[in-house]
Design a protein around this ligand. Structure first.
Ligand code: SF4
Ligand code: SF4
Ligand code: SF4
Length: 1012
């Protein structure tokens, strides 16, 4: 295993393309349904070439190898900015690039800047891609004429550009006809015309040897303006190439850029002003462009700007190894479009701009409408859906394509630059979570999983299945599926912190599916009927359980045990069930009718509830009557005092909310209320206060900034919408029922948890408040565990095992009282685990069964690569990718196509899934991108079965995998990392490896890159 990629020969590229297309209807993983053909006969003209689209890959990971460029073309790219070449290349450059080198979790960071191949290899790749695109476009009936253009990207100084290596490259790209490779490949095609159905000798004869006639000039940060101008003039004059200068976002100036990033929530992105000082200055740039415009015109060549380069920022949060990295994607878009606006204004829209920097499906049309084109992309196609996203982008602009550059709509670009500041696609808060990875080990086989359910949902609800049922309006079945794992569907449909949505694959497309909302639709449409039809289960055991506490956890244990055949008593000291949910959480967040629905699930199932019972229970006494005791007493102790001075003047959040609920909001709070804390209870308190008589203002007082408040983003938004105000970076030090004294805090560096640390400043500020509520976190009365004689852990909670069983046999701890206030769904997860353990001990079978649904592969593949706005309608579920059926994200996101699909239909090993992933070592440069997006903890390029192309790389690697030695003989690194010789038919390797080899050998020999 090494980061060195090995180019595939022309012959094998052609074989791979044709064979994969013929057998599987795809080429390098791009399915033919996602091939793009301009049906409108519209086009644009760039450097004399007629293009059937304006989009394509920016010089970068997606335009490096021939297969990347071919995949990009097939999916809709028609302007291909091939990866930058410069004098430092090949292994010399590879050594300077720490791996992994791409992290596109949200905004993208990378630290690779020019081709990792040697320059002659790069030339070879680009010529191969160029010729094969001609062949495949004709073969697959995408275009009869050349409908695309390549653009060179060269760097970084004049001396290097004039060097023989780069000069040969430029000249060969301008006219490849004299190169040996051009002649060789042309002959090969001529000799192999019999392989084609549509591509003819005539097509071959008319293939222009001009691979590219234009250059985008890329200079290093700090390159002096006169050097940039000299290079541009050299390219225009000596090389006679159309020339665009790639500009850096630093042209916007440090103050503007910092403020824009901060205003949009990217305050954690660290950069100082040194690049801004050293890079080209705006005034110098304008003067230079004013000189270059006529210079190019006199020579009959195009001149323009590429906006923008990526943006250099510091690595502070462990995004990638090394020191500096380059930002792109949705956080670069505001910078690129702002610079486009600034420059267009300066040049009155007459200077052509080629765009790059956060373009995607949602903004490509608007960008093109301003007259800016071509538009190249990188980040969006490094995300799930990958190259196939290009088709949707191409389709969006297709109807608008209109000939040559005819000026830029200055006001149109300015509008985009204004709007982006608050655009939901670009502000950080649109994606409040980091990666979607979960903690599961990545299996060698059968790895597809739905992270919403497996890793996201503590009770592993069958989310893809019920989303499908809701979208089909089959609410009855949807509710049946939901209620299998969920004892409180109505309550959770309103209050769940929906971690599932934070893991949803669609977060990396557009936005998470509205999973909680879909549940609510099922609840509203089907729960009543379900309740009416509950039949109490027969009692199947003489063992009995008692649950102390009828909160969500207690009710759930009761329901799960009772419906599986056990008698259960639930004891509650209060008069109503559902604990904090019904006694504390405001009615505007959870109507009591919804709580009643869930209580009825347990009651109708036959759980015996006892309310108003003595709160002093004795486990040993209970055990005389019951076989199992479950303690689920919740977290009802008010938060710790946030400061010493005047702490008695704060109102505890639980008491405050409880009184507000009981009195129907009839509380005397005065005019101004403050709430200490930033969690969901704090938001509830602040919103409740605003609903009480006389209250005019309600404030959240928080030590950090709003970004770091633990409340869910939508709760914060709702609070703000209702008029709650946030006082950030202030920490209370005293309150005398009138004046709240706070110390001003300051944000510092990131701490180990990834949060920005805060520093005390010693500065005290004072605010007048009539009421201050302390909502800094409810606690548990841990004395109950000691009273029951249970062993305690170091935090004073009951010591428990993996089934939540305490030190006394058959005594379990469930919910908030286990280790502090948590979420409702976690309490239900405890209840599920406890119930399973109790049922197991009684020899009873639990009913947490799977409800499979049927959906076609085609349907799921069609959904890939298509971005769509979120919706609260039933149909939102139609966007579900059913990730546990077909994942293949590692295939989508690999720019080099180095993760491939192997379909296994039969064999000795019982594969759960016919779709298996094979990693192709020779095509991988260890960029790390598949590791970022695989929903498991592992990295596909390290952890999946790997096919090697040569012995050196096989030996160099530790990956489990195989190397073909001859038709029947293989070298294997097995699951124990031992190297063994294997002959087809032998039994000395695992069935799984055997089947992968047999299938690859039989059906996908092109993956092995065999040179004959
Ligand atoms: S796309 Fe569907 S299956 Fe995949 S994570 Fe989201 S909800 Fe779950
Ligand atoms: S397999 Fe993974 S690490 Fe390798 S090139 Fe592809 S995305 Fe990058
Ligand atoms: S990303 Fe690839 S390796 Fe990871 S689960 Fe999906 S298919 Fe498997």
């Amino acid at each position: 295993m090494s980061e060195r990629m090995q180019p595939i020969s022309f012959k094998n590229l052609l074989k791979w393309s044709l064979d994969e297309h013929k057998k599987y209807g795809s080429v390098f993983g791009v399915r033919k349904e996602k091939f793009y053909k301009n049906q409108s006969k519209t086009s644009v003209e760039v450097f004399g070439d007629k293009l059937s689209s304006v989009i394509g890959p920016a010089a970068g990971p997606n335009s490096q190898l021939a297969q990347n460029i071919i995949a990009a073309y097939l999916a809709g790219s028609r302007f291909v900015e091939v990866k930058t070449v410069q004098t430092l290349d090949g292994e010399d450059l590879g050594k300077c690039v720490p791996r992994p080198c791409i992290n596109a979790t949200d905004e993208c960071y990378n630290q690779e800047w020019s081709t990792e191949l040697e320059v002659p290899q790069a030339l070879d790749e680009y010529i191969k891609a160029y010729m094969l695109i001609h062949v495949l476009a004709k073969e697959f009936n995408l275009s009869d004429e050349k409908d695309f253009a390549f653009n060179m990207s060269v760097g970084y100084d004049l001396e290097g550009i004039k060097s023989k290596k780069i000069d040969t490259y430029i000249e060969s790209m301008k006219d490849a006809s004299k190169t040996e490779i051009w002649k060789k490949y042309k002959k090969f095609l001529s000799d192999n015309l019999h392989q084609f159905k549509r591509f003819t000798q005539e097509d071959l004869d008319k293939m222009s040897p001009c691979i590219a006639s234009g250059i985008t000039l890329s200079t290093l940060h700090g390159c002096p303006p006169d050097e940039i101008e000299r290079i541009a003039k050299y390219l225009l004059d000596a090389k006679k190439t159309h020339t665009f200068i790639k500009c850096n976002p630093t042209l916007l100036g440090y103050e503007f850029t910092r403020k824009l990033m901060d205003d949009m929530g990217y305050n954690y992105i660290v950069f100082d002003d040194h690049h801004f000082k050293n890079d080209l200055q705006f005034g110098d740039a304008v003067d230079m462009f004013n000189r270059l415009i006529p210079y190019a015109k006199e020579r009959g060549l195009a001149f323009g700007l590429k906006l923008t380069n990526t943006f250099p920022v510091q690595k502070k949060n462990g995004e990638l190894p090394g020191d500096e990295m380059y930002m792109s994607g949705r956080s670069l878009y505001p910078l690129s479009i702002s610079l486009a606006s600034k420059i267009s204004t300066e040049f009155k829209g007459r200077l052509p701009i080629s765009f790059s920097g956060g373009a995607d499906t949602f903004n490509v049309k608007e960008i093109y409408e301003t007259g800016i084109f071509p538009i190249t992309v990188a980040t969006t196609i490094l995300k799930p859906g990958g190259y196939e996203r290009l088709k949707q982008m191409a389709l969006k602009v297709e109807p608008l394509l209109s000939g040559k550059f005819h000026g830029i709509d200055v006001e149109g670009v300015a509008k985009l630059a204004r709007e982006v500041r608050e655009h939901k696609d670009n502000v950080k808060s649109a994606r409040p979570v980091d990666g979607r990875k979960t903690s599961s080990e990545l299996p060698l086989f059968d790895c597809a999983k739905a992270p919403c359910k497996d890793g996201g949902c503590p009770i592993e609800q069958q989310i893809p299945e019920y989303l499908q049922m809701v979208s089909e309006k089959n609410y009855k079945q949807a509710f049946k599926i939901i209620s299998t794992d969920n004892s409180s569907p109505a309550v959770l449909s309103m209050l769940c912190d929906h971690q599932c949505q934070h893991k949803c694959t669609r977060l990396d497309y557009d936005s998470s599916l509205e999973i909680r909302n879909a549940k609510r639709l099922a609840v509203i449409n089907a729960q009543d009927e379900f309740l009416d039809n509950i039949e109490q289960a027969n009692i199947l055991t003489n063992k009995k359980a008692v649950v102390i506490g009828a909160g969500p956890g207690g009710c759930s244990v009761g329901l799960f045990l009772r419906r599986n055949g056990m008698e259960v008593d639930v004891m509650e000291k209060r008069k109503m069930p559902y604990g904090i949910v019904s006694h504390v959480i405001p009615e505007f967040r959870i109507p009591s009718g919804m709580v009643q629905r869930d209580f009825d699930l347990a009651k109708n199932a036959g759980v015996n509830f006892h309310f108003g019972v003595d709160e002093n229970f004795d486990v040993d006494e209970l055990k005389k009557k019951y076989d199992f005791v479950v303690i689920a007493t919740g977290a009802w102790v008010e938060p710790r005092d946030p400061c010493k001075e005047g702490a008695e003047n704060f109102w505890g959040a639980l008491d405050f909310l409880g009184q507000a609920k009981r009195s129907n909001l009839d509380l005397k709070l005065g005019k101004k209320v403050a709430v200490l804390g930033g969690g969901s209870v704090a938001m509830d308190c602040a919103r409740t206060a605003l609903r009480c008589p006389d209250v005019q203002e309600s404030f959240i007082v928080y030590r950090r900034t709003a970004d770091f408040m633990p409340a869910e983003p939508e709760e914060k938004e709702l609070a703000l919408e209702e008029g709650v105000k946030f006082l950030e970076l202030v920490s209370p030090v005293g309150y005398d029922k009138k004046t709240l004294k706070c110390e001003v805090m300051e944000l510092g560096q990131r701490d180990e948890s990834g949060r920005l640390s805060i520093k005390k400043t010693g500065k005290i500020v004072e605010f007048e408040f009539d009421t201050v509520v302390n909502a800094t976190g409810a606690r548990v009365d841990t004395s109950i565990f000691e009273k029951q004689g249970l062993e305690l852990n170091k935090w004073g909670y009951a010591q428990i095992n993996e089934h939540n069983e305490a030190s006394k046999e058959n005594v379990y701890i469930c919910g908030d009282c286990k280790e502090g206030a948590s979420t409702i769904v976690r309490a239900i997860a405890d209840a599920k685990a406890i119930s399973k353990d109790i049922l197991r001990k009684c020899g009873l079978v639990h009913d947490f069964v799977k409800h499979p649904t049927v959906i076609s592969e085609k349907e799921l593949y069609d959904r890939k690569g298509v971005l769509e706005r979120a919706s609260k309608e039933e149909k939102d579920g139609d966007k579900c990718l059913a990730c546990d059926k077909i994942c293949e994200i590692c295939v989508d996101v690999c720019p080099n196509r180095a993760n491939v699909l192997v379909k296994i239909n039969s064999g000795t090993r019982d594969f759960a899934d016919s779709h298996q992933i094979l990693h192709v070592d020779g095509m991988c440069n260890e960029c790390g991108n598949c590791g970022v997006f695989c929903p498991h903890a592992g990295r596909p390029y390290k952890d999946k079965v790997t096919v090697f192309w040569n012995e050196e790389d096989f030996i160099d690697s530790t990956n489990i995998g195989f190397l073909r030695m001859s038709e029947n003989k293989y070298k294997i690194r097995n699951e124990d990392r031992e190297i063994v010789e294997y002959t087809l038919g032998d039994n000395n390797i695992s069935d799984g490896l055997k089947e992968m080899i047999v299938a690859t050998n039989k059906d996908y020999d092109f993956y092995m890159n065999i040179e004959e």
